[in-house]
Design a protein around this ligand. Structure first.
Ligand SMILES: [Mn+2]
Length: 462
């Protein structure tokens, strides 16, 4: 079937199924952020995607952008991508692909070959719709690509403004819904833009965290997340793969996640509160981390972990020393499942303490804890994010600016330990003020109220 997809806003593809008696529901695979060309693991995960599409006998595959890691599109990645697409093409599975900020349409690259038959890349700027019949269903797939890396237009709104005559509509686009943090705010749109009743499934790309959100009447918007994790950054952790979506009722049934990744990244947390010594602490950390790794990864894929340890324990200073001597990884490694490598260990433990005794101390520790107790009742609502904290209400300065003052004052009184209590020390983000205060308190106790003489640098009695 020869035509120029760039020339038409609506393209008729006819009937998708070779078996006209197959009236089963429309079934498709949704993937995005494949970042092909980054590491070979991504290309191998793409091979898993192809195998899955064939095994599940889907009618179509939709790709929500950032198929390639860079605008220059690695030649090797293009060849591997085309090889996979050709297998879908031979099986009569159509592919609809939007481009995102990593692989915009206007880019300096040389294609290794034209796209295989039955693979369609959406044009830039204005949405394009493909109409087809799948069994008894008239299906429309509408999408649009990024022209350049920094797409400013609301592409979701542009798609929503198009009208076509169909029973089911899938929209394919790379976009940031409601300014999700941690990702560039390209092609931003609001949640309300997605409520458009004409679109039954928004096949989105860009956000590497998988997000599947139901809307009324069997409609959904979803980010499948990237196809293969790349680091221990929070959004890169956990199983990565694709969504399999099947028509049901007047829309679609809940999408099914299927992992396609070949290696995994994971953040694990071990709570060793009350553990009496360093040896038991190591055993506990090993046990808790193993449970978390096995739960995330029952098939035993190679896993890279970051381990965070917390709790009030007598092993606190011993663990800190092991970490300083760079001996921790070597000791923990044999306690974890084979195929696990440790990227980082962070020790956020404290010495065991009696809070009442500390709060009564006539020094900066007592003063700070007393101040924190005063702040807690006011902290029952709101968040500690800097944007919200600048909104000082009529009742006075917002909580986190009070804390900032407090930390400043502590820093000028006692020197370096408190000065390290910067915003980096606590995870300012979408946390409540109470959680924020807890983090501040834990850091204060760790740095200002050490258990042993040799840790007691910088503590000044008031
Ligand atoms: Mn992106």
């Amino acid at each position: 079937m020869a035509f120029d997809p760039a020339s038409s806003k609506i393209v008729h593809l006819g009937s998708l199924r070779t078996d006209q008696t197959d009236l089963g529901p429309v079934r498709f695979l949704h993937s995005s952020d494949l970042h092909l060309g980054s590491a070979d693991a991504a290309l191998n995960a793409f091979d898993n995607l192809i195998k899955l599409a064939l095994d599940r006998n889907v009618d179509l595959v939709v790709l929500g952008g950032d198929v390639y890691d860079t605008a220059e599109r690695s030649t090797y990645a293009q060849l591997r991508f085309n090889r996979g697409l050709s297998r879908l093409s031979s099986a009569q599975i159509r592919v609809f692909m939007a481009h995102g900020n990593h692989d915009p349409v206007q880019a300096n690259f040389t294609p290794v070959a034209p796209l295989p038959e039955g693979v369609y890349a959406f044009t830039e700027g204005e949405p394009q719709t493909f109409l087809m019949t799948v069994g008894a269903t008239r299906l429309a797939v509408t999408g649009v690509s990024f022209a350049t890396q920094k797409e400013e237009a609301n592409l979701v709104e542009k798609i929503g403004a198009t009208t076509v005559n169909a029973d089911l509509r899938i929209a394919v686009v790379h976009a940031n819904v409601a300014g999700i943090p941690g990702h560039d705010n390209y092609a931003g749109c609001t949640r309300d833009d997605l409520l458009n009743p004409d679109i039954h499934y928004w096949a989105l790309g860009h956000i590497h965290d998988r997000t599947v959100t139901p809307m009324p009447a069997g409609r959904w918007w979803a980010y499948p997340g990237n196809l293969q994790g790349r680091s221990t950054k929070a959004t890169e952790c956990g199983p990565k793969g694709v969504l399999i979506v099947e028509a049901a009722g007047e829309g679609f049934a809940k999408p099914e996640f299927v992992a396609c990744d070949l290696s995994r990244f994971l953040r694990v947390h071990a709570d060793i509160s009350g553990v009496p010594n360093v040896e038991s602490a190591l055993d506990q950390i090993g046990e808790q981390a193993t449970t978390a790794i096995e739960q995330d990864n029952p098939l035993g894929l190679p896993t890279v972990v970051r381990v965070a340890v917390s709790g009030a324990t007598d092993s606190h200073s011993g663990l800190k020393k092991l970490l300083k001597e760079e001996r921790f990884v070597g000791l923990l490694q044999p306690l974890l499942p084979v195929n696990t490598s440790i990227k980082k260990i962070s020790i956020d433990t404290t010495v065991p303490f009696d809070r009442t005794v500390l709060a009564a101390r006539p020094d900066v520790v007592g003063a700070v804890l007393t101040k924190l107790d005063e702040l807690r009742p006011a902290a029952s609502t709101g968040s500690a994010t800097p944007e919200e904290s600048t909104d000082a209400g009529p009742e006075g300065p917002a909580t986190s600016s009070v804390l900032e003052d407090l930390i400043d004052r502590a820093a000028s009184t006692i020197g370096s330990p408190a000065r390290t209590l910067t915003e980096k020390s606590v995870s300012l983000g979408d946390i409540s003020v109470e959680e924020f205060l807890d983090q501040v308190e834990r850091l204060l106790i760790d740095r200002l109220a050490p258990a042993t003489e040799d840790e007691a640098e910088g503590v000044v009695q008031l």
